[in-house]
Design a protein. Structure first.
Length: 116
């Protein structure tokens, strides 16, 4: 009985994780993909070119910065001024400032998961 319980739990959590990831891709495409490019497993998920390419961004910057920047970029630019000034020098060629995106907390978490 324990064996079947473990297998069922693994299947449930595996599907839940993959659904969560798929949801992150869907949310990213609808909320971020118009401006930002993202490559995953060698394939372009989105082709946006106004904002920075976000491939690998979670390996370079703190999670709290990324999540705050998604929901309140003005506040993030103030709180994380040092990071933002480096980013501006690196990717600020367009001169367009990111607007606040209306996303719920679960959407922010799903987007962040695909950025990791």
């Amino acid at each position: 009985m324990k064996k079947y319980t473990i297998i069922l739990a693994m299947l449930f959590f595996g599907f839940t994780a993959s659904n969560f990831f798929a949801n992150g891709v869907k949310v990213f495409k609808s909320k971020c993909g118009h401006c930002h490019a993202l490559t995953f497993d060698g394939k372009k998920v989105t082709h946006g070119s106004i904002g920075a390419n976000l491939t690998g961004v979670a390996q370079k910057y703190p999670e709290d910065f990324i999540k705050m920047y998604m929901t309140n970029p003005v506040k993030a630019r103030k709180k994380f001024a040092k990071i933002c000034s480096k980013l501006l020098k690196k990717c600020g060629k367009s001169g367009v400032k990111m607007p606040a995106i209306p996303v719920r907390e679960n959407q922010v978490n799903a987007i962040y998961e695909i950025l990791k």
